[in-house]
Design a protein around this ligand. Structure first.
Ligand code: G3H
Ligand code: 13P
Ligand code: ZN
Length: 307
């Protein structure tokens, strides 16, 4: 199939309360793993490239790899810009053929975030490309000492309504207690599910959860067994995915879990086969393991069998 616009996939996810997985890709193995996982799980899938992934791989290589994979896949595949910072980031991706872009103005004052996001929406929509905006600052709830400070960084539901109306975004990324990377929570994992439900009720729009990796102990332990060190790493428990989706999340972003999987496999192969120099034998098992973890996430999000 040709690449699909995310705009077309959201209504069913929003209506039937499931989430589509966004998986970040940087190279051939990740692209293949994601598309094969979606094919086997019969699920729509979003492959995302951050601006640093684009810088690393080259936008033309990323486009060509994802297009080639999507052409063979019997499921909808979206290519999405993750955390575009400027209008030019978004425009370059639209022009290159991405079918969805995120413009992240969450660090800007509210009115400037609206201004930037609306400008991207105008350009992207004219080219049939969907847009995700972000409101609020990602960060753990327990990182803030006072209730006021917590409210200041989490997404404000009334502002979300105004933001959606004034920008025309197709989806909204919300700050509800998650953060990027492998160290999300110092103590217990805490997400503000009530806030998700309220934003959903008030905006009725597709909502996005960033920083949603699970950081399973099985992976951090395997990495440690083969010489890595990630003390204190912690992510979302499986139950949090289910609750987030029930509360109204329709897109869930995962990068760190794929990185952990990749590193665990590569470390194991190299540790157990010190004479191995064939890159295919080093990267092949990682590709297979990434495919398996993506399939398990797709099942958790409820998007298996939806394509
Ligand atoms: O949200 C951030 C993603 O994990 C992308 O990270 O900029 O290192 O590619 P990156
Ligand atoms: P993780 O770091 O939890 O995988 O989050 C990725 C993300 O939000 C990409 O936009
Ligand atoms: Zn993110």
């Amino acid at each position: 199939m040709p690449l699909e616009s995310l705009k077309k996939l959201y209504p069913a996810a929003n209506r039937s309360r499931y989430a589509i997985g966004q998986f970040n890709v940087n190279n051939l193995e990740f692209v293949q793993a994601a598309i094969e996982a979606a094919t086997e799980a019969k699920a729509p899938i979003i492959l995302a490239a951050s601006t640093s992934a684009i810088k690393y791989a080259g936008i033309d290589y990323l486009m060509a790899m994802v297009r080639a994979g999507a052409a063979k896949a019997p499921v909808p595949v979206v290519l999405h810009l993750d955390h575009g910072a400027t209008f030019e980031d978004a425009r370059n991706c639209v022009d290159a053929g991405f079918t969805s872009v995120m413009i992240d103005g969450s660090h800007l004052p509210f009115d400037k975030n609206i201004e930037l996001t609306a400008r991207v929406v105008e350009y992207a929509h004219a080219h049939g490309v969907s847009v995700e905006g972000e409101l609020g600052r990602l960060g753990g709830i327990e990182d803030e000492v006072s209730v006021d400070a917590k409210d200041a960084h989490l997404t404000d539901p009334a502002q979300a309504v105004e933001f959606a109306r004034k920008t025309g975004v197709d989806a909204l990324a919300v700050a509800v207690g998650t953060s990027h990377g492998a160290y999300k929570f110092k103590g217990e994992a805490r997400l503000d599910f009530e806030r998700i439900s309220l934003i959903k009720k008030m905006t009725e729009m597709p909502l996005v959860l960033h920083g949603a990796s699970g950081v399973p102990e099985s992976l951090t332990q395997k990495i440690a067994k083969y010489g890595g060190r990630l003390p204190g790493a912690k992510g979302l428990p499986d139950d949090a995915y289910r609750k987030a989706v029930e509360s109204g999340i329709n897109k869930i972003n995962i990068d760190t879990d794929l990185r952990l999987t990749f590193v665990a496999e590569v470390r194991q192969v190299l540790a157990e086969n010190p004479q191995e120099i064939d890159p295919r034998k080093i990267l092949g098992p990682a590709r297979q393991a990434i495919k398996e973890i993506i399939k398990s996430k797709i099942t958790l999000l409820g998007s298996a069998g939806r394509a």
